[in-house]
Each structure stands twice: as C-alpha cells, then as structure tokens.
Design a protein around this ligand. Structure first.
Ligand SMILES: [Zn+2]
Length: 406
C-alpha cells in the first residue's frame, strides 16, 4: 500500500468531530474538537487515514516534519449561491437607495429578469471567465466547496448551458462546484401571465431532462409573492424526486407563505432564508434532517430585517450560513464576513457560526458523509487561516483570507 501523505505538525486544527457526532445540532465550543500541534495522514484516494496530535502519529504512517503555522478547518462550504450570471444590478441598488422596494424595482424593469437578459446575451466564454473570476474570489475567502444555482437563463437550452458551465468550472482554483437547477426562479418573459403553463413545462420536461443527464444535484424553487406559490413548489418537489434530484426551497423570505413547513414535508435537503417561518414550522423543521440555511449578507445588503436564526438554533434545528452570492441582493463571496454577521446580527455564538459554514453547510448539500468535518474516512480538504484562534475568524469582520489545502 502506498505511504500516506502527512501534513503537520499543524499549529491548530479544528476537526468539527463533535459537531458531526451531534449531526450539527446545538454546537458548543467543545464540539469544535480542536487539536493543537496536529498531524493528518491522507491516503492515496484523498481520504483521511489518521488524525490526531503529531506526537502520536504512528511511525508506520510517516513523520510530521513540515511545521504549518496556521489554523486549519474542514474545507469551508458555501451552500447557497447564484454565482453564474452576467451584467450588473448597480442600477437596482441605486433605485432601492431612493426608497423603492425589491418588488417595485423588479416591476420597473430591474430585478432577476434584468440579469436574465444579460446572462442570455453572454457567450459561453464570457460566462466561464466570470465563473473562474468568482471561484478565485471564493477560494481566497476559504471556500472549498460552493453550490451554484441556475435561474438566470430560464429557457431550457440556456439553463442547460449554465449547468454545463458549472460542470466545467468544477475544481477550478481547488473549489468543488455543485450545481442546483433553479428554473423556478422567476417566470420567464416568454411565459408572462402563464405561470402555470411554465410550471407544467418544468415538471413535464425540464426537470426530467436535467435528472436524466445528471447535470445537477438539486432542484430549487423560489416561493414568493409574484414568483411561485406553494402548489408550484409541491409539483416541482414531486417532479424533482421522480427525476432523482434532491430538493431545496427558497422559503418565507419576505412573508410567511408556509414554504418552510412544505420543505420539511417534502424531505428537502435544505430550506433557505426562512426569515418569516412560523413557530410551528420551525418546530417541525427542528425535528427533521432538513437544514435551515440563513443568508444574513442578503439582509445587510437589501436593508431588510435579519433572519431569526436564534429561534431555529434554540429549537434544535441544524443551521447553516451562506453568502447567497448573487447580483441583486448579495454580491459578496466573503463567507468569513457572513460568520461575523451570524454572531453580531443573528446572535449566534462563535462555535455555532463556524459549524454553520462547515458541517451544517456540508449537510445542506447532502455532503456530510464526506465533508464538513476532518475525521478518518472522510475526504481530506482543509481551509487554512493564518490567525491564531477560532475567535479571530468571525472577529475579523471579513478582513481575512485563506488558502485551500487538498
Ligand atoms: Zn438565493
């Protein structure tokens, strides 16, 4: 058997083993499972073969003789982004600064459909170049795995082109890319006033095509006034399941539509936003394996109230944090800054915020068996910061960079 690759001694290593043992629920400081002067032996398949204090590394596995003066985490996961798009929404931002709401800006010709126009017009090379630029930015922020949604093309051929671009971008700058199919992001102009026909088409053809070609892990639906309703979400959820895709739902961002409860009922892997989820829906979610994904950067940028993460955490739900990187409401790749917002605005503790971008975020992508903690048998991927302690990461207010180690 080939000798494993040994990393270490590493000054400080956060394994998240305790968080993983509790399936991401109610993370405490102890659950971060920190090891000082650590070593990791990685087998030829890239999986962790041994992990612990460097002085206990069995001689048969090698020697830890390359000191690393860094703080290592399991590779960070950004589990909710819309990072493939063209064009700018700066004009939307300016209009909102005059007091217009998100919905009013959309009605005035901005919003998602303005990004759809720009994305449809972009060439494949332009889209790939934008994608590569953004992956480089994610990597600098320590993001080792990123989810990317479609939904800025909204025609079958151009949505497939975006999924293909995500496939081509996978691995660039050391970042794994997982695609989510989100044609139910907005009703395309071609179906204006015929939303239910559009949903018919998605369920009859589009979702099945994506499932057959295995171009995405998940299907997603934006449940909101003026976009899609609960019935649409249920139909899309059923079609996604039949096509072998997992389900995610953009739920209850601007008001309580009952979408959080529906997501749990349909066995969604994650329910995202959840700002206005009812207490009953939160209790149901807390009893399930569905992850609640909180997106505080979108609230900060849109100037809207922050999601009630505390209610979810106190109920025992699994809570992840993500950038929601998108042109309209959260144009940032800065996941460390999101942990700051988690602590200052969502009133999360430091361990809760750090578990939310590692284990819980991996679980929100159905990856918790391989990612999210550094343990024997799991994939080896680490996010390395140069700061001394775990507290320094959210305390840095996003003024921090990292490198990905594979
Ligand atoms: Zn989103």
């Amino acid at each position: 058997m080939k000798a494993p690759r040994v990393h270490g001694p590493i000054r400080r290593l956060v394994t998240m083993a305790g968080v993983a043992a509790k399936h991401g629920r109610k993370p405490s400081v102890e659950d971060l499972s920190v090891i000082d002067d650590a070593a990791i032996a990685v087998d030829a398949d890239g999986n962790v073969r041994w992990i612990g204090e460097a002085r206990h590394l069995p001689a048969s596995l090698g020697m830890a003789r390359a000191p690393v003066d860094e703080l290592w985490f399991p590779g960070w996961v950004d589990c909710h982004t819309h990072f493939l798009f063209a064009g700018s929404r700066a004009h939307d931002f300016a209009r909102r600064s005059t007091g217009m709401s998100y919905a009013e800006v959309a009605r005035a010709g901005g919003g998602i459909l303005s990004t759809v126009r720009a994305t449809r017009e972009a060439s494949e090379d332009e889209l790939l170049a934008l994608g590569r630029e953004r992956l480089a930015a994610f990597a600098r922020r320590g993001v080792a795995v990123v989810e990317g949604k479609t939904g800025y093309a909204l025609a079958l051929d151009s949505e497939l082109r975006c999924l293909d671009a995500y496939r081509k971008l996978d691995g660039h700058e050391g970042v794994e890319v997982l695609a989510t199919f989100l044609p139910a992001h907005a009703v395309p102009p071609e179906y204006r006033g015929r939303k239910s026909e559009y949903v018919d088409e998605l369920c009859a053809r589009w979702i099945g095509t994506v499932g057959e070609r295995r171009l995405a892990r998940f299907a997603d639906v934006f449940v909101e006034d003026g976009y899609f309703d609960l019935d649409d979400a249920r139909r899309i959820g059923v079609a996604a399941k039949a096509a072998g895709l997992g389900l995610k739902i953009h739920a209850d961002q601007f008001h309580d539509a009952g979408a959080t409860a529906l997501a749990v009922e349909l066995g969604a892997t994650s329910v995202d936003h959840g700002d206005h989820a009812s207490a009953a829906a939160i209790a149901t979610l807390a009893d399930s394996e569905t992850v609640a994904v909180m997106l505080p950067a979108a609230s900060l940028y849109a100037g809207t109230p922050f999601p009630p993460a505390r209610k979810f955490l106190d109920a025992g739900a699994i809570v992840a944090l993500s950038t929601d990187f998108n042109p309209g409401t959260s144009p940032t790749t800065n996941l460390p800054l999101v942990t700051t917002l988690g602590c200052t605005q969502l009133k999360m503790t430091v361990p809760e915020a750090l578990a939310a971008v590692t284990f819980a975020a991996a679980k929100a992508l159905g990856l918790s068996a391989t990612h999210g903690s550094l343990e024997v048998g799991k994939k080896f991927v680490a996010t390395a910061f140069t700061v001394p302690t775990v507290d320094d990461v959210p305390a840095s207010f996003g003024e921090i960079t990292a490198r990905i180690v594979r």
